[in-house]
Ligand binder design. Structure first.
Ligand code: GLU
Length: 465
């Protein structure tokens, strides 16, 4: 069964680059009715891996990814790794190396003087003598000493490393017995049945070492796909400031998870010139063999554009639910749908959406000074006063935007006014600034009585300021 995995090192949160890797592995597994596993690579770090795993699962829940089986923690598998170290020692495929730190430093200096790559010289590879006293040995694996390590990368094509350039008998267990990174990764992937690995190409250089481990232990070598990194718009490594942050930060900034996933799936993969991918389409269309060979650049505008698209097309229920996290609860508002429709085309994020919604739902606390200067004078105040009075005495029920449109048009006709004399003063009275959706939508949402109150409040403010 096709089995992929996501194997983050615990940092306490899920980074968006990590989410892209997880997404690719997830999509590929699900598309093939395979398994998608989660492993926390916490051998070296003394951090709280439980917390790290929870942070990852929280982010997964938010975006709608799920993994199969229990989470694997490397820190709980030292007995397994020990067993394989023992096995390799017994089979003569690994050996104890008693080289001291001083000897290693001296070797390194000599090699540097000769302008050679620092590399273990194999001096204990075939050692049969009496071990020196007082040295806790490391365990080294017998790696090939010449030739090439070649594999077919699903993205990069044939990748070939010259053994001399990248390998030596590398350490698989430190002097204190703890296993090293590339050793445990290969063992875990093999034992977990992982046969397709999609990961960042920063791991390409680890692959020959991992292949040595697979071969020594007689495990099948998985299929690798090394994905180019995400860069910032100037072609450098993505930093926090560029957007390389916790996935949950995107939630706080008002992004919809489907926008983020759509953004990430396209960041490194394409399908013709299609930009919008529903989750279902991603599942149907994603194929790691089509991942771009070159690095892709993070484009904040594109993410905003996608988010605006998904906000525009979200259901009422969905948006009303999402807005609760931004302190806007309109579930019981009788004009909630008018409000949502008035704002869904204007907001690029839920933060913007909620701010605009609050501006309509709550009476203005202050008035935009520039707008006041430009649109509010004695004449405008007089028009507003008459308009409020007209609304008050209006006999037809004022409910929908169209009702307010009719009554306002009748008022303008009666007074010989143009919309531009009225629209901005109404906006300022309703939301405190000259920017808002259609005044009729706003009036309908605010309701007649409250609209009149807000107009009176502006008149009062004008006279007392
Ligand atoms: N733990 C590694 C990381 O967080 C990933 C290892 C792998 O995918 O092989 O970058």
């Amino acid at each position: 069964m096709l089995t992929t995995r996501f194997a983050p090192s615990p940092t306490g949160y899920l980074h968006i680059g990590g989410l892209r890797t997880a997404l690719y592995n997830y999509l590929w597994a699900r598309k093939n009715s395979g398994r998608f596993l989660l492993r926390i690579e916490d051998t070296d770090l003394k951090r709280n891996s439980q917390e790290a795993a929870e942070a990852i699962e929280e982010a997964f829940r938010w975006v709608g990814l799920s993994h199969d089986d229990e989470i694997i923690y490397q820190s709980q598998r030292f007995d397994i790794y020990k067993k394989y170290i023992r096995q390799l020692l017994d089979e003569g495929k690994a050996y104890y190396c008693y080289m001291t730190k001083e000897e290693l430093d001296a070797l390194r200096k000599e090699q540097q003087a000769r302008k050679e790559r620092p590399r273990y010289d194999g001096r204990y590879r075939d050692f049969t003598g009496t071990p020196p006293e007082g040295v806790d040995p490391v365990v080294r694996i017998k790696a090939p000493q010449s030739g090439t390590i070649t594999f077919e990368d699903g993205i990069k094509g044939t990748v070939s490393f010259r053994v001399e350039d990248v390998l030596d008998d590398f350490i698989i267990a430190r002097a204190d017995g703890t296993p090293t990174y590339n050793f445990v990764v290969a063992i875990d992937d093999a034992l977990m049945g992982v046969n397709e690995i999609i990961r960042g190409d920063d791991h390409l250089s680890n692959t020959p070492k991992q292949i040595v481990v697979y071969q020594s232990l007689g495990f099948d070598i998985p299929k690798f796909y090394h994905v180019p990194m995400i860069l910032n718009p100037s072609g450098k490594k993505l930093s926090k400031r560029d957007g390389a942050m916790d996935v949950m930060e995107y939630k706080r900034m008002g992004y919809l998870p489907e926008a983020l996933l759509n953004f990430l799936v396209r960041l490194g993969w394409s399908h013709g010139d299609q930009e919008i991918f529903s989750f279902q389409e991603m599942l149907e269309l994603f194929d790691p063999k089509e991942i771009n060979k070159s690095a892709s650049a993070y484009n904040a505008q594109k993410l905003l554009w996608l988010n605006a698209h998904y906000i525009k097309n979200a259901s009422y229920e969905r948006l009303i639910e999402e807005l609760k996290a931004f302190d806007v609860n309109i579930e019981d508002h009788d004009k909630k749908e008018i409000l949502v429709d008035a704002l869904r085309d204007r907001a690029k994020t839920l933060v913007e959406f909620s701010e605009m919604a609050r501006a309509i739902l709550e009476a203005p606390q202050s008035y935009d000074e520039k707008a006041m200067k430009k649109f509010i004078n004695e004449e405008a105040i007089e028009i507003l006063r008459k308009y409020a009075a007209y609304l008050n005495i209006s006999e037809s029920p004022l409910h929908l935007p169209v009702d307010f449109e009719q009554v306002t048009k009748a008022f303008m006709e009666k007074e010989g006014l143009k919309m531009k004399q009225l629209a901005q003063p109404i906006r300022i009275a309703m939301v405190g600034s000259a920017v808002s959706p259609s005044v009729y939508d706003v009036l309908s949402i605010v309701g007649k009585e409250e609209a009149v109150r807000r107009i009176e409040a502006l008149i009062h403010y004008f006279h007392t300021k």
